[in-house]
Design a protein around this ligand. Structure first.
Ligand code: ATP
Length: 240
């Protein structure tokens, strides 16, 4: 482990019942980088994010965030320590306005002034949200909902963003914009991202590191560019 590693996962075992889905996952994500987790349906990608963010309790193993062991840490404490999870399906609250949804992302913060600044920054970053700040969640397009979910996470100024399938159901140009934004956040704010994606090409194009999962295990973790060029691996696990 190096001092620059923000997330270190060792021997993580987790699942939903008697038989674990994740079989001893090892993973390291350096600060200020994007790691893309890819692999077939059912490989355990979503389960990995859930285990990291405390939505399910790991059976064994260790999760370190900036060197701190997170075992037994309540979910709300994980948020305070800098972990934000944008789940699949996104969790935008339909009956609340864009502004109310965004403010939820900063409710827990003691530094109210900075929460306000973070909100302003999100409106600058996502101009469509600023235009629609009084609209209700259910009035938004799929792309706008995605922005809102991401924006809400960013209002909490996370160190580590766990993003599940941000491209799901979005038009290609919206996917491209989302990926470009992740890169911008990494470069300008040092945000660290663990990105789960079915859209393997887009994910490996934006990521620094690619993590290939199959049957609850990490098959390989390597620079994303290497995975893009590895024809055998692509055919075996990524279907292109
Ligand atoms: P997908 O892209 O299809 O979501 P994935 O790689 O994210 O795939 P997971 O959703 O983590 O995979 O699923 C891994 C395994 O866990 C699958 O066998 C799935 O059936 C099982 N599973 C997922 N969610 C639950 C749940 N809530 N209860 C029980 N089993 C589950």
């Amino acid at each position: 482990m190096s001092a620059s590693d923000l997330l270190v996962v060792r021997g993580l075992v987790a699942g939903y019942g008697a038989a674990p889905v994740l079989q001893a996952i090892d993973l390291t994500v350096p600060a200020g980088t994007i790691a893309a987790v890819v692999g077939a349906n059912g490989a355990g990608k979503t389960t990995l994010l859930r285990a990291l963010s405390g939505m399910i309790r790991p059976v064994a193993g260790q999760v370190l965030l900036a060197g701190e062991d997170l075992r037994g840490t309540p979910v709300e404490q994980l948020v305070r320590r800098g972990m934000a999870h944008v789940p699949e399906g996104r969790g935008v609250i339909s009956e609340l306005t864009v502004d109310e949804n965004l403010r939820l992302g900063g409710l827990w913060r003691r530094d109210r002034a900075d929460a306000g600044r973070a909100l302003d920054e999100v409106y600058q970053l996502f101009e469509p949200l600023a235009r629609r700040r009084r609209n209700l969640g259910h009035q938004l397009s799929g792309g706008e909902r995605q922005m809102l979910a991401l924006g809400r996470a960013l209002v909490g100024r996370p160190r580590l963003l766990l993003l599940d399938e941000p491209s799901l159901g979005l038009a290609p140009r919206v996917v491209a914009r989302t990926m470009a934004l992740l890169r911008q956040l990494r470069d300008q704010t040092g945000l660290t991202v663990l990105l789960v994606e079915q859209n393997v090409r887009s994910a490996l194009a934006v990521a620094d590191q690619g993590v290939v999962m199959a049957l609850g295990r990490v098959v390989t973790a390597a620079p994303a560019a290497e995975l893009r060029d590895d024809v055998d691996l692509r055919h075996a696990y990524l279907g292109f």
